[in-house]
Write a protein that binds this ligand. Structure first.
Ligand code: GDG
Length: 507
């Protein structure tokens, strides 16, 4: 990653989940690396800076124990070759200082399982039916104050203490919808910070935010406006944010330049499409574990010219899994010649099962799959293979050999799965991509577009994808892969740093 100190400033990162997590097994304490492109991109940045700290939540009992054993809950973790805690002495490889924030479990539950997921997530993905939900009672008001705001305050205090320890000047990078109140509080106490807040999920227009009580939506916006830059994946989300500042706070804005004036400060909304790490994906794909999975998947799904549709998602209502299966059922009803010829492999990772809407959604998925499998089983072969698994090598193996990847999200900030398939697929795989996924702005021209509420349209689009001439499939896939490889996660981060340099007057 960037092997220079981007602004000649110390770096303070904040995210809910951090770069490492601790656990315990029969051998004692274990240290695991956080998963995902975001963690590896930000780790890459933090590892190469002399003075960086990553503030994050203590996510497990063992994290809390580690926090309690160290002054200021602050530790140093060497990240390579295997992550391990540095207890005494200096690391002899890339390392990250991590500050673990421990919060009251009840406050955290209100913060995470009442406000972050589902309320903010549901509003930002347009998931509320509105006729009957949400019902916001005093309990939700209290959960905001005692949960979301209280936990945000605890994280903000940790960020402030890290900035002050660095003389009051730092580059502060905040991540995601868990921390909308942090920027403003940090700026109040540390006016010299350069602060950016990146929102990883969609930002809807003002009317969707009117679902929330007026004081709460105003506090969320004002909180974010403590930043110098509020980053999004697409121009549409950035524009919606600026519109919200105008309509919900009455602030002066410039919709062309995407700026909001707050007192004597100008806050910029910017868009930086996040991406994947192609080199890391190539390495995973080359592993023996993936090769073994590929052999098994070929045997199960691709003999005798059969074809495979794939989806890889968390079991999140925003991913629109149920309508995806309904569309597949319609496809088989209307094209019976495909029954027995086309399989649908769904690799779903159970997600946020403590939130009732998510638990209910898993039950709905099971029901629709059983119904379609009962209707279309041929010669003992069921068309849908549903697996509730966390198995990244299996996902990469399936990416590489699928004929079609379906991403039919109702709304999705970006969707990294689509970008991963573009890099990894070796079979002329076609992206069937929702127009509501941020990735559609970059990859839509190489994909078959899905309209996520229209199951007939999705069935027709799946048919188009499955019957597309091979030459055309390979042409589109190569173009999509080129787009992703030249716009990788390093570029996502570097573009932000270059922008911040300009904004902070360093160039
Ligand atoms: C949020 C936004 C935005 C898949 N199976 C396993 C596994 N994965 C990985 C995928 C991919 C990631 O999980 C999922 O990322 P997405 O972007 O598709 O979706 P969200 O989780 O909803 O992410 C999204 C993203 O943030 C980044 O800003 O793009 O719009 O909703 O990388 O490969 N990972 C593990 N085991 C698996 O079985 N560990």
């Amino acid at each position: 990653m960037s092997d220079f100190n981007p602004l000649n400033l110390p770096l303070v990162l904040l995210s809910n989940r951090g770069p490492v997590s601790f656990d315990r097994d029969t051998t004692g304490r274990t240290v695991g690396r956080g998963a995902g492109g975001l963690v590896s991109a930000l780790s890459g940045l933090a590892e190469h800076l002399d003075d960086a700290v990553w503030v994050c939540g203590a996510a497990s009992e063992e994290d809390t124990a580690v926090a309690g054993e160290n002054p200021d809950s602050s530790i140093v973790v060497q990240t390579h070759p295997q992550p391990h805690l540095i207890v005494d002495g200096e690391p002899d490889g890339p390392a990250i200082r991590v500050r673990l924030v421990v919060t009251d479990p009840t406050a955290y539950a209100d913060f995470y399982s009442v406000w972050s997921n589902p309320i903010l997530w549901f509003i930002q993905h347009g998931l509320y039916g509105r006729s009957l939900s949400p019902v916001l009672t005093q309990a939700e008001h209290d959960a905001f104050e005692n949960g979301y705001a209280a936990v945000n305050r605890a994280y903000a205090d940790a960020v402030v203490s890290e900035v002050r320890a660095r003389g009051g000047k730092a580059l502060v990078l905040l991540q995601d919808y868990h921390f909308y109140l942090v920027a403003d509080w940090v700026r109040e106490q540390c006016p010299d910070v350069v602060l950016t807040h990146f929102v990883h999920i969609p930002w809807p227009g003002p009317d969707e935010w009117r679902i929330l009580p007026e004081d709460i939506r105003q506090r969320l916006l004002r909180g974010l406006l403590g930043s110098d830059v509020v980053g999004f994946h697409t121009r549409r989300y950035a524009r919606n944010f600026v519109l919200c500042a105008a309509e919900l706070l009455g602030l002066p804005v410039d919709l062309e330049r995407l700026t909001v004036t707050v007192g004597d400060r100008v806050v910029r909304a910017r868009y930086y499409p996040i991406s994947v790490d192609p080199a890391a994906l190539d390495a995973t794909q080359a592993s023996g574990e993936v090769a073994a999975h590929v052999a098994m998947l070929r045997y199960l799904f691709l003999d005798h010219d059969r074809q495979l549709i794939l989806r890889v998602d968390r079991t999140d209502p925003s991913k629109n899994v149920v309508r995806g299966f309904i569309a597949f059922g319609i496809l088989l009803d209307q094209h019976p010649e495909l029954v027995g010829k086309v399989s649908f492999l769904a690799l779903l990772q159970p997600s946020r099962t403590d939130v009732p809407e998510y638990a209910d959604y898993i039950a709905l998925i099971g029901g629709v799959v059983a119904e379609i499998n009962a209707r279309h089983t041929k010669e003992g072969r069921q068309p849908i293979d549903l697996r509730m698994v966390e198995d990244f090598p299996l996902a990469v193996a399936a990416y590489s050999i699928c004929d079609v990847l379906i991403v039919n999200a109702i709304a999705d900030g970006m969707n990294l799965v689509a970008k991963e398939v573009a890099v990894v697929n070796r079979r002329g795989g076609v992206l069937a991509l929702s127009e509501m996924a941020g990735a559609h702005e970059e990859l839509g021209e190489f994909a078959v577009t899905l309209q996520p509420f229209d199951v007939q349209q999705m069935a027709d689009a799946l048919y188009t994808a499955l019957t597309m001439p091979m030459e055309e499939r390979h042409r589109r896939l190569a173009a999509a892969a080129e787009q992703v490889r030249t716009h990788d996660v390093r570029r996502w981060l570097d573009d932000q740093v270059v922008d911040l340099r300009r904004i902070a007057g360093f160039v």
